[in-house]
Design a protein around this ligand. Structure first.
Ligand code: NAD
Length: 357
């Protein structure tokens, strides 16, 4: 198969980890006889520095003309500590999602058995956890207008808006995936307080009628934030709106042991974006210690979802599994039982994974 992949490394640890996502794709191309060609784009802080814009037109054009996008992370402390900054790296990511119509963010939360002890949650609670999050990505409070200051800056307004159509399209997608899994779906909302949540419930109840085999349940977001770490094995597909999904998936990352272990896919139209769930991690950027596994898993998701290459994707996951079984770790997933000679740098663990593919 011939495919064009756009690589957007971004800021901070983005380039350090995305290098390994790309190397793994090259390795798979050789092993399975596919022709992957790579082009590169800038976005985030690096793009603001070079062009003044967080998402330059050139990057967007390249994105539209590719078959899939492998993205790293964006963000820089300069903007995080300056709430008055008008141009911000995150605007690049929000804009590319909107421009490409990527309304669904899919985040698999699966624990490698070898990492049962790397999580702060008890192993017996965690064992067997396998959750697929569906987070709505282009609506809700992150996009609703007005978003402004009033009263000389002393009052702030954010607006949460959802339409029936926005909820229906992601609900159908989530139910379709649930049918291919354990056939359980939980909608997370705050329907006891929010009008938008009541619309979510109404629409999901409606869509559920077309999927009688799926056991559908409903949970308030506050209850879910507790249940997720108390009994994670109870859940299969979790569907939720933009902000709740943003928060809950970071919480769920602790099930997998580290932010450095989770990938996500943003889909919805022709071209999807595949990325680690973590940010640019300025605290460890440039030190060569970032965990590249989330980027490598993003490459695996890209192969499976964008190109339908299931066995190629599995061979990546198996190689990660073997690397972990052989005792190799980056610092973030090491614990007191780790043989310190097997705590590796980003590049060293990347090489180990490639060797095992
Ligand atoms: P973060 O995900 O960058 O880091 C949170 C913590 O996890 C840090 O201690 C970091 O060292 C650790 N971590 C993250 N990825 C890791 C990896 N691969 N290996 C080892 N440890 C890892 O979140 P943050 O610190 O809240 O945000 C930093 C910047 O990233 C901010 O500017 C934020 O806006 C941005 N951000 C970007 C994205 C994105 O690009 N999708 C997502 C979240 C945050």
């Amino acid at each position: 198969m011939k495919k064009r992949i756009l690589v957007i490394p971004g800021d901070g640890i983005g380039p350090e980890v995305t290098k390994w996502g790309q190397k793994v794709l090259e390795c798979i191309g050789e092993k399975f006889g596919h022709e992957f060609s790579f082009d590169y784009g800038i976005m985030g802080h690096i793009a603001i520095e070079k062009t003044g814009k967080p998402l330059p037109e050139e990057t967007l054009e390249k994105a539209k003309n590719s078959d899939a996008i492998l993205f790293g992370a964006i963000g820089h402390p300069k903007y995080d500590n300056d709430p008055t900054a008008k141009v911000r790296p995150e605007q690049g990511l929000l804009a590319i999602r909107k421009e490409l119509g990527l309304f669904a963010n899919i985040r698999p939360i699966k624990l490698f058995d070898e990492l049962l002890n790397a999580s702060p949650i008890k192993p017996e609670v965690l064992k067997g956890s396998d959750i697929l999050f569906f987070r709505e990505l282009t609506g809700g409070i992150y996009f609703g207008k007005p978003q402004e200051r009033r009263d000389n800056g002393n009052t702030a307004v954010d607006t949460c808006i959802y339409t029936r159509e926005e909820i229906t399209r992601i609900a159908k997608l989530a139910f379709d995936f649930a049918m291919k899994r354990r056939k359980k779906l939980t909608l997370v909302d705050k329907a006891n307080v929010l009008e938008t949540s009541r619309l979510w419930r109404e629409v999901v109840q409606e869509v559920a009628k077309s999927y009688p085999e799926v056991e559908t349940s409903y949970m308030f977001v506050d209850a879910m934030s507790m249940a997720l770490i108390r009994s994670p094995t109870k859940f299969d597909v979790i569907l939720t709106e933009n902000m709740f999904g943003d928060i809950l998936t970071d919480e769920a990352s602790q099930i997998a042991g580290s932010m450095g272990m989770l990938a996500s896919a943003s889909i919805g139209s022709k071209v999807g974006l595949y990325e680690p769930i973590h940010g640019s991690a300025p605290d460890i950027a440039g030190k060569g210690i970032a965990n590249p596994i989330a980027s490598v898993l993003s490459a695996a998701l890209l192969l499976e979802i964008a190109f339908g290459m299931k066995k190629e994707s599995e061979s990546i996951v198996n190689a990660i599994d073997k690397t972990l079984k052989n005792g190799y770790r980056t610092i973030d997933i090491s614990d007191i039982n780790t043989d310190t000679s097997k705590i590796l740098s980003t590049d060293e663990i990347g090489e180990k994974i490639i060797e095992r593919i």
